[in-house]
Design a protein around this ligand. Structure first.
Ligand SMILES: CC(C)(COP(=O)(O)OP(=O)(O)OC[C@H]1O[C@@H](n2cnc3c(N)ncnc32)[C@H](O)[C@@H]1OP(=O)(O)O)[C@@H](O)C(=O)NCCC(=O)NCCS
Length: 216
């Protein structure tokens, strides 16, 4: 069978559904997401809505024979992204969760409870890296298309885009065990590392939580 042609390009509205689908399928480091959050629409909103609605120009996709099979959602300024997410996206999510009734479901409540406990215990707090590394990103490739250099190509496109826009650095946090080799190979260094246990009630184990950074 001939190799498919991979194209890396800017995100556009026609990629929206595919990006949302990949985001939920790759959430929670491969754990069965339905044991954690019951509603895919809300989960996709949490993972992608800021990027696709507020900063689509900083997002890239990979397509294979016309099908979107991976994405990189980026933000030029993580602080601005976080503020906008809290002020604009969170109220939208709460309202949608109430309307759909999922906020009252046992699994969702359980997840929110563990997330909140971890949050208040400072589990997700990290030093502020935004002065030296202002931008941030998420990257996900469909399972069947990994290890073919597609993630690397998406990263090169985003890093070039940041440099063109005069951004002096980028950082990201991930709980992915496998991501370390990938980011280190791209010249990122580990800025901060710890373990988090907000999903331990489902997985029975804590997970690594690592912040990677690269100056541009
Ligand atoms: C991590 C991810 C984005 C990498 O994309 P990819 O297209 O598979 O990566 P590439 O083919 O460009 O790999 C480049 C190098 O990274 C390293 N690498 C990539 N995935 C790896 C893995 N799972 N384990 C160990 N090393 C890995 C390898 O050294 C690889 O070089 P090689 O192929 O010469 O050995 C992709 O595997 C993915 O979407 N994983 C699930 C979600 C995730 O972890 N996202 C990152 C956190 S936000």
């Amino acid at each position: 069978m001939p190799e498919s042609t991979i194209v890396i390009r800017k995100y556009s509205l026609k990629d929206r559904e595919a990006v949302r689908k990949i985001s939920v399928e790759t959430a929670f480091s491969g754990e069965d997401r339905h044991n954690i959050v019951t509603d895919d629409e809300i989960l996709a909103d949490i993972l992608t809505l800021y990027y696709t609605e507020k900063e689509p120009a900083s997002c890239f996709v990979a397509s294979s024979d016309g099908r979107t099979i991976g994405y990189l959602t980026g933000a030029k300024n993580k602080k601005y992204m976080q503020r906008t997410f809290n002020a604009k996206i969170v109220p939208e999510l709460i309202s949608k969760s109430i309307t759909k009734g999922i906020i009252f479901e046992r699994r969702t409540l359980n997840f929110l409870l563990h997330l909140l406990i971890s949050f208040f215990k400072g589990a997700f707090s990290t030093p502020d890296f935004s002065r030296d590394y202002p931008a941030t990103l998420h990257i996900n490739i469909n399972k069947g298309f990994r290890h073919r250099g597609i993630g690397t190509q998406l990263m090169f496109s985003f890093l070039d885009f940041l440099k063109t826009n005069g951004i002096n650095g980028v950082h990201l946090a991930t709980a992915s065990e496998n991501a370390k080799v990938f980011f280190v190979k791209l010249g990122f260094t580990v800025l901060f590392e710890k373990r988090i246990d907000y999903l331990k009630y489902v997985t029975g184990r804590s997970m690594p939580y690592c912040v990677f950074g690269k100056k541009l």
